[in-house]
Every structure is written in C-alpha cells, then in structure tokens.
Design a protein around this ligand. Structure first.
Ligand code: ATP
Length: 413
C-alpha cells in the first residue's frame, strides 16, 4: 500500500526532488512529515510539502529561495517557515518538543530529535516522518504506530491531555474524519467530548481560522453537521446552522468568484439573516477582518435598501447611488438571498443598465463646456447628470450641457 513520494509524479513531487537536491548541497538532513506522508500512505497525491530539519533551517531556506525561486510567505516563531514554490505550499520547521503550561496556552518549546518531534503532533496518522536523504532505504519513523492507524482508518490522539493543550485539535479530528472517511477512535472521542469546553479558550481569530479551514474542504456541510451534532462550538450554533442552509448558493457564487474565500461568502449570506446585535457579537466572536466587516456592512446597506424600495420611498437614482457603494460580491449574495421579486428586478436593472450610466461627454469636454476645472465641482455636475438621466428627466448631449451649466451657476450663487 505504501508508496514513496519519490516514486510518484506531479508538480509537488518535482518540487520535492529539487528541494532534496538543495538539502544535499546545503548538507542538511530533512524529513517529510505530517499530511504529506499520511496522504502518500493512503495513496493520495502529494499536494503540499511539510519538512522538518534537525538544525536551524535559515541557511537551507536562503538556499531554497535563491535556487528554486521560492517565495517566503511567513517566518514565524519556533523557526517555522512557509514558502510557495510554483503553486506548491512548502512548510519547513525545526524538530522540537512542545510543553503546554495551561489549556490552550502557548507551548514552551525545545529542540529535539525527530522521534520526539513526532510526539508533539496531533494524531498518530500525522506523526510519521520520512528521511529524504538516506538513499534507497527511506525507512519511516513511526514511533506512535501511525501506519497501523492509517491502515485501520483510525484517528487516534497521542496522549490524554492533547485536546487540553490545543483544543483546535478537536476540530482537526472532525475535519480528518469527514475528509478521509476515517473513524475517531473511542478513547480519542471520549477525550474530545471531555475537553470540548476548552474550545472557548481559543482566541477569536483562531476560531475564524478554523472556520476558514472548514470551508476549504470539499464537503464543509458534513463537518459543520458533525460539529453541531457533538455541540462543539455552542456559541456559534446559530451561525453554523445558518451556514448549512446556504451551501448550494455559496457554491454557485464561488464558481463565479473563485478568488473570494468561501468563508466570506458564507458570512455574507448569513449576515443577511442576522440582526445588528447578532452581527456585532459575531464581529467579537470571530474577530472579523476589515474585508469581512466591509462585506457585512454592505449586506446591511442592501437590506435597508430592500425595505426602502418596498415602500416606494426611493428614486431609481438613489438606488443607483446606494448600490454603487457596494461590491459585486455583496450584490451577488443579495440576489441569492432576497425573496422580494421587485428588488431582484431592480438588482438586475442595476447590473445590466444602471451601473453603466454616465454623462455623454467625457470629463475634459464637460470642463470645456462649463468652464470649470476638474475636481469636486465636476463631481457634483456628473452626479446631477447621472441622477437626471436615471430618473428620466433629461436625455441627449444638449440637455446634459444645459443641466451642467445650471448646476455650476447654482453652486457659484
Ligand atoms: P492537510 O492535508 O490538511 O494539509 P496536514 O496534516 O498536512 O493536513 P497541516 O495543518 O498542514 O496538516 O499541519 C502539518 C502537520 O503539523 C500535521 O500533519 C501535524 O503533524 C502537525 N500539526 C498541525 N497542527 C497541529 C496541531 N494543532 N497540533 C499538533 N500537531 C499539529
């Protein structure tokens, strides 16, 4: 069943070969670890590369950057480096032990042997190391019997206090369970349930990161269902339930906007159904990014606009100016969420016609026709022309120039 990554092909394997060559030249011993080894044992292709070194990797990293055109994405504490080579993520860190002084705290770390490094990991299936510079033997280092667990499709934690040390491992277990169709071993599940309250101790940005990871999976719905079933994140129950109502819309938006994070799409869709109080709480619970806050605020703007259009209290040009301040993503989310057919018609009208409306004259000609310089005054003139055009009060170049001159006179008066 086991296949060496060096025998497989694909872009990540090519890059791994090149990295091994750099390690050889740098005279450094490297190990492939974590998911990279696990997935190869399962028979899945190598998609990212996790490496461990026995000495500080700074010199090796400098060589990789110089020789393989690698981009350094992050260099964090504990001598951990995140690189991108081609499109392949490469993580490099130095072999270490970790010791936690309090639940969900920061670990105290010490350099350690590769065997000991395996014991700091989350599950036995992720605690296997493959030496990459020992020629044909490449004997796997598997002190926690991870290969046996992979063969029996079992997710097993390495010690009693693992989930106390780092409660995010509880959600990692669910993620692997659903992704790989593995079972969580009985004692591991008991420990997860015993320690699930420690998830409350994780900082808000870590919870957001966890949600982000869930939505990078192919089947986020089954992960969310399992989290709800085991009541792992009780303070987020309503949000998670709401997420699970939007999978098909979120997927279709993602196909049109592939670069947008899935979590943002789900947050935007859910924001539609939350009160401002709930949105405020969400901001605190997840430490939303500025971009996510902007999206959530745009959704609120559109929600208010729906109310105004229902009462016919707003002109078409006002609708235009309000929608102009929103992103295409938030309008797309609205079009999947609003049930009001009149508003959907207005959104369609905005996307296909209104948003393209502009004065018939360009800025330079408008300045020449009105005798004003480019600047805020010209902005007022353009706004007046667009308003009148959208509301059907003027048409044609002559009428636009006439209106522009009138606006300038009024502003100078
Ligand atoms: P994926 O296929 O999702 O990339 P992965 O196993 O490579 O899975 P990463 O999050 O990239 O997961 O982490 C790499 C390795 O680092 C893991 O396999 C595991 O050995 C270790 N690891 C990551 N997060 C933790 C954690 N919270 N606690 C202990 N070990 C961890």
């Amino acid at each position: 069943m086991y296949q060496s990554p060096l025998l497989t092909s694909g872009p990540a394997t090519e890059i791994l070969h090149q990295i091994i060559e750099v390690a050889r030249v740098s005279g450094i011993c490297i190990y492939l670890v974590g998911g990279s080894v696990r997935d190869r044992i399962i028979g899945l292709p190598l998609k990212d590369i996790d490496l461990v070194t026995l000495v500080k990797p700074d010199h090796f990293i400098a060589n990789i950057i110089a020789k393989l055109n690698a981009k350094l994405v992050q260099h964090s504490q504990y001598d951990t480096y995140k690189l991108i080579i081609g499109n392949v993520p490469v993580d490099v860190c130095m072999s270490r032990t970790e010791y936690y002084l309090k639940p969900a705290g920061k670990p105290v770390i010490h350099p350690a042997s590769i065997d000991l490094d395996m014991y700091r990991r989350d599950f036995s299936m992720n605690a296997i190391a493959m030496p990459l510079l020992t020629g044909a033997s490449t004997a796997l280092i598997d002190p926690t019997k991870g290969i046996t667990d992979i063969k029996s499709k079992s997710i097993r934690v390495l010690h009693q206090d693992s989930f106390r040390d780092d409660p995010s491992r509880i959600i990692r277990a669910i993620l692997y369970e659903q992704r790989l169709a593995f079972s969580i071993e009985t004692t591991t599940l008991k420990l997860m349930l015993r320690d699930k309250t420690h998830l409350k101790l994780l900082p808000a940005n870590k919870i957001r990161q966890i949600l982000d990871n869930i939505f990078m999976e192919e089947q986020p719905e089954s992960i969310i269902r399992r989290i709800l079933q085991l009541n792992l994140l009780p303070s987020l129950t309503n949000l998670l339930r709401s997420f699970n109502k939007h999978h098909s819309s979120a997927r279709s938006i993602k196909t049109v906007k592939p670069t947008v994070k899935s979590l943002d799409i789900y947050l935007g869709m859910s924001a539609w159904f939350l009160t401002s109080l709930q949105l405020g709480m969400l901001q605190t619970q997840l430490a939303l990014t500025n971009q996510q806050m902007k999206l959530v605020n745009e959704i609120s703007t559109i929600k208010n606009l729906v109310k105004k259009t229902r009462n016919n209290r707003i002109s078409l040009s006002d609708i235009y100016f309000e929608l102009r301040e929103t992103s295409e993503l938030s309008r797309m989310i609205a079009s999947h969420t609003v049930s009001d057919s009149h508003f959907i018609e207005l959104l369609t009208e905005y996307e296909s016609n209104l948003k393209w409306v502009k004065p018939s004259l360009n800025k330079r000609d408008l300045c020449a026709a009105t005798g004003i310089p480019e600047g805020p005054l010209l902005g007022e003139v353009i706004r007046a022309i667009i308003t009148a055009k959208i509301d059907g009060k003027i048409s044609g170049k002559a009428a636009e120039i006439q209106l522009a001159r009138k606006v300038v006179r009024a502003l100078h008066a």
